[in-house]
Design a protein around this ligand. Structure first.
Ligand code: NA7
Length: 544
């Protein structure tokens, strides 16, 4: 259906149908009344929660706020089973959202967007898919997610392996039967840490190949009682408001104290309470306010966690290997676990330190390291993602003058607010690099972006404009600001996916915006209120 005579086929194309794509579609179609088509590579909606079906997959943020806030009816009617729901439950929730808001009729499943070319003559995008379809749209919105391009490391010999292998981010729907199997798991990020206890309990033997030990804190999950559920529902407005006005998008009061201004006894008691009673992200966000900016403060939390690992793991040599050293706590995404360290006390679990003796190859029968050979029936790659840029760069995207996004981002991602890229007009990126995104509670960051984008599109339409594009100056200034703020923290001290350090050859740039969710949101609102400061707005005469 053409939006204007001779104009593009649809007003907007949305790429992806996870948390961000579903809401973007709803907002543009049902609030603004635009024609919208969403494309989704999967067989179903859900994005991250559709793909990541590995054993133990669950959310690290608490269910009641890791959810949409845009519809009070939705948040009142949905019932969460536990504090940290498992993947199937979150996927059920997203399926429910798709049905409840009648979104499926505008989503093309099993269809991957492969190309997007900006046509300067018509101020619109020509979008191509892997099934040969072409569609033109005024606006192109990337909802591809920050962690969706799976990273399978190029270890020599993988193709010769005679057993089965899987990446956790593309897990088979029918599941994997580990019974009686010797399993090797590579990777000890959040995913490996969630999967380890579950696979250990199901398999004959589990060998965990660890390159970098991680500072994991217990989740302390529990079922949600009816009383707690009722209390949350009665206070949702306040909870959401707190989250919106917080630094990380979480609805709890951040600590206002430095770890160094209290006595060692008080500090120990605080960490102990957070570790053994609260669990989860409160350990980092609710303890002290300088853990990510002051090394001495960080050391206090890091040493507390190392001592916990030493007290949990019976074999002192294994405990020492599991105890992270050499990088500050929280500078890699902090994992949350359920009996991770305890799992290394099981007789059927072996830890292999591949920093000490790296993997040299995968053989037909297992994994060989410089220290020995490990016979395996199954290899699980919990090796993460080409984060924040990988999925977007898989699309052959061309902006003004035929410039590709790959060329533009050769030295690292460049964006204005993490929302737009100069030279790529009418393209919006939900939770793009340069925005708070992965450092916040994701659904909150997604809602803020979706609402800002739809307000921006509404503005262009009400002002009869056909083009909005970040200026180079605004982009340069934002990129500098993102870097300057990151330089005030300890984040660059770890080889993390925040920096692209997990992908060989990827330019080392700190990608998310660490200045805080609330200040970021206020800046975005201010920019909009000032008539979209830093953006060039124009009208294409041929199409109006
Ligand atoms: P992560 O956090 O990127 O973790 C990947 C793990 O895999 C990590 O331990 C890596 O070690 C390890 N890895 C990566 N490449 C290799 C190679 N080539 N050899 C050995 N080990 C390797 O991914 P996750 O899936 O756990 O989590 C991603 C996010 O999803 C998570 O942060 C949450 O936001 C949700 P390294 O630390 O790089 O030495």
């Amino acid at each position: 259906m053409a939006t204007t005579q001779g104009g593009p086929d649809v007003d907007a194309v949305v790429v992806g149908a996870g948390f961000s794509g579903l809401y973007m579609l709803h907002r543009l179609r049902d609030v603004l009344g635009l024609t919208v088509r969403a494309y989704e590579a999967g067989d179903g909606v859900g994005g991250t929660w559709y793909w990541n079906r590995y054993p133990g997959a669950r959310c690290d943020s608490e269910s009641y706020y890791y959810s949409y806030s845009f519809s009070d009816e939705l948040q009142q009617e949905w019932v969460w089973s536990s504090k940290y729901p498992e993947q199937p439950e979150i996927l059920r929730y997203l399926d429910h959202v798709a049905d409840r808001f009648d979104l499926r009729r505008d989503i093309r499943l099993r269809t991957r967007v492969t190309s997007a070319v900006f046509d300067e003559d018509s101020d619109s995008w020509r979008i191509g898919t892997d099934d040969g379809e072409e569609v033109t749209a005024r606006f192109l919105i990337s909802a591809v997610g920050c962690l969706s391009a799976a990273n399978v490391p190029p270890i020599p010999g993988l193709e010769s392996f005679e057993g089965d292998w899987y990446h956790t981010g593309a897990w088979p729907h029918e599941g994997v039967d580990f019974s009686g199997k010797r399993v090797g798991l590579i990777g000890t990020g959040s995913t490996g840490i969630q999967a380890t206890p579950v696979i250990a309990a199901q398999s004959d033997h589990l060998t965990v190949f660890q390159r970098t030990p991680n500072y994991s804190v217990p989740a302390r999950n529990f079922a949600m009682s009816d009383e707690w559920q009722a209390e949350i529902k009665a206070n949702y407005a306040d909870i959401r408001q707190k989250a919106r006005n917080s630094f990380g998008g979480f609805p709890y009061a951040p600590s206002e104290k430095s770890a160094l201004e209290v006595t060692p006894e008080e500090r120990e008691a605080t960490y102990e309470q957070l570790w053994s009673e609260e669990g989860g992200f409160k350990f980092i966000y609710g303890s002290y306010n300088d853990l990510l900016t002051n090394e001495a403060a960080n050391d206090t939390a890091a040493e507390f966690i190392r001592n916990k690992i030493r007290s949990i793991v019976h074999d002192p040599e294994v405990a020492e290997k599991l105890a992270p050293k050499g990088y500050p706590y929280g500078t890699k995404r902090p994992p949350i676990d359920t009996h991770y360290f305890e799992t290394f006390n099981r007789d059927n679990v072996t830890l292999v330190d591949i920093r000490e003796a790296p993997i040299t190859e995968i053989t037909p029968t297992g994994i060989r390291t410089e220290g020995g050979e490990y016979p395996l029936d199954i290899i699980v790659f919990a090796t993460g993602f080409d984060a924040m840029t990988g999925s977007l760069l898989k699309i052959d995207m061309r902006g003004r003058g035929g410039l590709t996004l790959k060329e533009k981002w050769e030295g690292g991602p460049l964006t204005y607010l993490g929302l737009q890229v100069a030279g790529f007009p009418n393209l919006f990126v939900i939770t793009g690099p340069g925005s708070p995104s992965v450092l916040t509670n994701m659904p909150g960051a997604i809602e803020q972006h979706v609402e800002w984008i739809s307000d921006c599109i509404a503005y262009t339409r009400s002002h009869d404009l056909t083009c909005i594009e970040a200026t180079e100056e605004a982009e340069d200034a934002w990129v500098d600001h993102v870097r300057e703020i990151a330089d005030l923290t300890l984040f660059s001290r770890a080889d993390s996916w925040y920096l692209g350090a997990n992908i060989p050859g990827k330019k080392r740039v700190f990608m998310p915006y660490v200045g805080g969710f609330q200040p970021y949101r206020e800046r975005c609102d201010e920019i909009a209120a000032n008539g979209y400061e830093g953006f060039a707005l124009s009208r294409h005469t041929a199409t109006t």
